[in-house]
Design a binder for this molecule. Structure first.
Ligand SMILES: [Zn+2]
Length: 473
């Protein structure tokens, strides 16, 4: 299998690529439009500087060389949702070329790298809505002119799993660069795949087809498998692969030819006369490179080395940049990375799932959670009590120490009180008590649990264990 992917990514700007219209997702149809993005006669485009900054940041983060001179070009085609009759894109002089990303490791530990041919800027088209009004197609031009980058990979991808790994890695890098929302559901990340097959050992590429209309990474993987099987069967039976555009049909788990013959388009590219070439100062490009945020790969390596957390655990934390940021702050402030990991992946994630909040809005700030971890570590409160304190921190926003004091949750290590609870528990559970005292050691944990419950989490479990052991058993 030989695959190259074209990924369209919407840049996170407030306004469109060539006019001041809002890029808000979900606005009523055709509200975010003006003479420029409606293509009214005489309207002229003005390049959005922020879009250039974000596109350059993406290019540098993907290891591309940013070209000091790039040229916008008209890509001409007719489509009802393309009011100008052309899309402003870049053609023979793109913004950036020649990058690569590491998507995994071979069995002998070598990095698997997928090359990036080019990254260029372009604008989005509008949207045709075919199914809402019977017999009619509606047009929404809110999206017309929204800034995109197109990232074209080399045909280095050799399996559907590798395509998935490439997409997930790419998405994570773009997330950490903070250049896009990278949401396939909202259409801010879209993937087209070029695929061909060839027998092992053959260097010449086979005829490729282009597969579109995949709405998730797993759909991309399934579409590639289906198209791979189709092409192999065709060649095995002595047939030929025809160059064409195919649409993935998720319901049928198969591809079908697109009604429009997109493969045969002649786009008649020529330089956009209304925009001058984009000239970028080398010093400005260098500054942008210096100001790149820490990328996922570097962060993963640094955190495993500095905090001694396993790579697999770091990967869980890296799901979003904000989560790993939060974790790192807690780990550093508490000086207990292991406890920080357990709290963030456990109680914190559970609380966020319940409230539906994002972690950067979460009420319990890293310093507060670090204080709670410290209270457990120095024996002020038990781990059981800490969970109660945490719940109240989420509810009230008060600091851990104050809640522990207010609720009387400070740990009890005083032997008198502890022995009293132990006695009560042994009386209340005569069966377990008898078996334990007769030598059934594994019941000790159960009995400690009863004491913890009786003390409302205040008993010092370490001391309770010692007291129970000293009773024999
Ligand atoms: Zn506009």
């Amino acid at each position: 299998m030989v695959v190259g992917l074209e990924v369209h990514v919407q840049l996170k700007t407030r306004t469109k690529a060539f006019c001041g219209c809002s890029t808000d997702f979900g606005a009523p149809p055709n509200v975010n439009t003006c003479p420029v993005c409606l293509a009214l006669p005489g309207a002229l485009p003005v390049l959005n500087e922020r879009a250039v900054q974000l596109a350059v940041r993406a290019a540098l983060g993907l290891g591309c060389a940013v070209n000091p001179v790039s040229v916008f070009a008209r890509k001409n085609y007719f489509y009802p949702d393309l009011p100008k009759g052309y899309q402003i894109s870049q053609f023979d002089q793109p913004l950036a070329t020649g990058g690569a990303i590491v998507v995994g490791q071979t069995e002998d530990g070598k990095a698997v790298q997928i090359g990036i041919t080019r990254l260029h800027m372009e604008e989005d088209a509008g949207k045709s809505i075919h199914d809402r009004y019977p017999g009619s197609t509606a047009i929404d031009l809110n999206r017309s002119g929204v800034p995109l980058i197109e990232i074209v990979s080399e045909p280095d991808i050799q399996s559907s799993a590798q395509a998935g790994a490439y997409l997930r890695t790419l998405k994570q890098i773009l997330q950490y660069l903070d250049v896009s929302d990278v949401s396939m559901e909202e259409g801010s990340l879209r993937v087209d795949a070029n695929i061909s097959v060839r027998p092992p050992g053959q260097t010449k590429l086979g005829t490729k087809t282009e597969v579109k209309n995949m709405n998730s990474f797993s759909a991309v993987e399934r579409a590639l498998e289906a198209e791979y099987a189709r092409q192999c069967a065709l060649l095995d039976s002595g047939g030929k692969v025809e160059q064409q555009t195919l649409l993935w049909d998720g319901a049928r788990e198969s591809v079908r030819p697109s009604r429009t013959k997109e493969g045969s388009h002649d786009y008649r590219y020529f330089p956009e006369p209304d925009l001058r070439p984009l000239l970028l100062d080398q010093g400005w490009i260098n500054d942008a490179r210096k100001n790149l945020p820490e990328l996922p790969e570097a962060r993963r390596t640094r955190l495993t080395q500095e905090l001694g957390i396993a790579a697999a655990e770091i990967d869980q934390l890296m799901a979003t940049p904000a989560l790993v940021e939060y974790f790192e702050s807690v780990a550093r402030a508490s000086r207990d990375p292991k406890a920080a990991f357990n709290w963030v992946m456990g109680e914190v994630s559970a609380a966020l799932r319940v409230s539906g909040e994002e972690i950067d809005r979460f009420r319990v700030r890293p310093a507060d959670l670090a204080q709670l971890i410290t209270l457990v570590k120095d024996g002020t409160i038990s781990h059981t009590a800490a969970k109660r304190v945490f719940a109240l921190m989420v509810e009230t926003g008060k600091p851990a120490a104050q809640i522990a004091a207010d609720e009387g949750l400070a740990q009890v290590g005083d032997d008198g009180a502890l022995a009293g609870w132990v006695d009560e528990v042994l009386q209340e559970h005569p069966d377990e008590a008898k078996r334990y005292l007769a030598g059934e050691k594994k019941l000790q944990g159960v009995l400690v649990g009863f004491v913890m419950k009786k003390s409302k989490g205040r008993a010092d479990p370490r001391r309770v264990n010692q007291l129970l052991s000293s009773r024999g058993g």
